[in-house]
Design a protein around this ligand. Structure first.
Ligand SMILES: [Zn+2]
Length: 437
């Protein structure tokens, strides 16, 4: 695809159409209320939440994309000035309210951009999304899959959210006289809170801005800002810390529950005392939830007696809105992309999905490449190998039709370590440059 046509979750540079997968901050970095460059395509729910995150935004620039339907936009080729049509479809990403993947078709071939996504196979909603994707693909090949590689490592094997939600309920039930603090973001984990509310028949406290979001999402009765009405409080993730829990316990017995696919360490991360929890890497072994009724049994500090308990007041539960490693694998097997690229890129780590999943595309990758030094400079653009550049990016032949022999040359592995980096940026600008250091 030519440079200057479309961008997904990327707001720098110049494109003719912009696509927003969802409203988490790492996908809106660079977007502001004063945006005027071009229309933004997003789901209906994202459009509904948009003014709350971006007050005074010119809403006439939003284009609502109905999930499961093909749409098209006519753009102009920057090089020739001729018209080119891009078709696209939004598919439920099962991540947070409004989150979608985008499937693109055009002269450039077929591209699938997952955004952040959870690919569980255990729910009706997941089955619906799976069928929608398969019908949309209609046996045509995906030339490039842009993949949520947040947990692109076999260490990250965690249960479906319904199992993790039960773990949270079990922890709450085993502390009948405690107040409960649950760490969440400004969007996401609503289903978990709704489940807790429904099963325990209680309201859930949230902070005032979060209450507005809940009302926008249509949850009017379940959430409250009155602490006297409930013992379960959902608090901003940034305020969830050992210090906070210790302080609360001087007044009332309180436990904290952190729902996340990441294992959390007890110590605040260096340089940021508010950011409780960092990924345990070398000390953390694979989760054993399968063999223990869905409960993690790793005890990073080696001295605590309860499964998933990281501190006397804190529990970690693997409730994740991102796909686990095995779910990513299933997704890749289903989509069978000719090539793929991780969308989670940061200054400190990058795990190329080709390292673990290249074999599914007939590629064997030398083991030592996983821990290659991170050499890549911060780039403003994730440049994409497209149909027109396969010859340069991938020196071996690429067959576009599904079922035929497919050989691709490896993308570079850009990884310093399998590590504890929360993403700092993501997104893609569609350009035709080669992927180079
Ligand atoms: Zn997200």
């Amino acid at each position: 695809m030519e440079k200057g046509l479309i961008s997904v979750d990327r707001w720098s540079g110049e494109s003719q159409a912009y696509f927003l997968t969802h409203l988490h901050s790492d996908h809106t970095n660079g977007l502001s209320s004063s945006w005027s460059k071009a229309p933004i395509f997003c789901s209906r729910l994202t459009a509904k939440l948009f003014p709350f995150k971006f007050p005074d935004f010119n809403l006439s620039l939003l284009r609502i994309v109905r999930i499961g339907s093909w749409h098209s936009v006519s753009l102009l080729s920057p090089s020739s000035g001729s018209k080119t049509v891009v078709q696209f479809m939004a598919i439920d990403a099962h991540h947070c309210p409004g989150a979608v993947m985008f499937l693109f078709r055009g002269d450039f071939g077929c591209l699938l951009y997952t955004g952040d996504f959870r690919w569980e196979t255990t729910s009706d909603r997941a089955e619906l999304g799976r069928n929608m994707l398969l019908n949309a693909l209609n046996d045509s090949a995906v030339d490039i899959l842009y993949l949520d590689n947040t947990y692109c490592n076999p260490l990250y094997d965690f249960p479906p959210r319904e199992v993790a939600a039960q773990q949270v309920l079990d922890i709450i039930a085993s502390h009948p006289d405690h107040d409960i603090i649950i760490g969440i973001d400004s969007l996401g984990k609503e289903d978990l809170l709704l489940h807790i509310s429904r099963v325990l028949n209680i309201k859930i406290w949230v902070w005032p801005e979060r209450l507005q979001t809940m009302h926008l999402l249509g949850y009017d009765e379940i959430f409250t800002t009155k602490t006297s009405l409930t013992r379960v409080r959902a608090v901003p993730r940034y305020s969830f810390s050992v210090e906070t829990l210790d302080g609360l316990n001087t007044m009332r017995p309180t436990i904290g529950i952190m729902p996340s696919g990441l294992p959390w360490s007890v110590k605040p991360s260096e340089g940021n005392k508010n950011l409780f929890g960092s990924l345990l890497t070398a000390r953390y072994s694979k989760s054993k939830w399968i063999g223990n009724g869905g409960v993690q049994t790793d005890e990073p500090n080696g001295s605590l007696d309860s499964p998933g308990r990281l501190h006397k007041h804190i529990y970690s539960v693997s409730y994740s809105d991102h796909s686990s490693f095995s779910e990513i694998e299933k997704f890749i097997k289903l989509v069978q992309p000719i090539n793929m690229k991780g969308i989670v890129s940061s200054s400190c780590c990058y795990v190329d999905p080709m390292y673990y999943f290249g074999r599914l595309r007939g590629v064997n990758q030398p083991g030592q490449r996983l821990h290659q030094k991170h050499k890549r400079k911060e780039r403003d653009e994730i440049t994409l190998g497209t149909k027109s550049t396969f010859g340069r990016n991938f020196s071996t032949e690429v067959e576009r039709k599904r079922g035929r022999s497919v050989k691709v040359k490896l993308l570079r592995v850009q990884s310093s370590r399998v590590s504890a980096c929360r993403r700092v940026r993501s997104g893609a600008k569609i350009v035709d440059d080669d992927y180079t250091d």
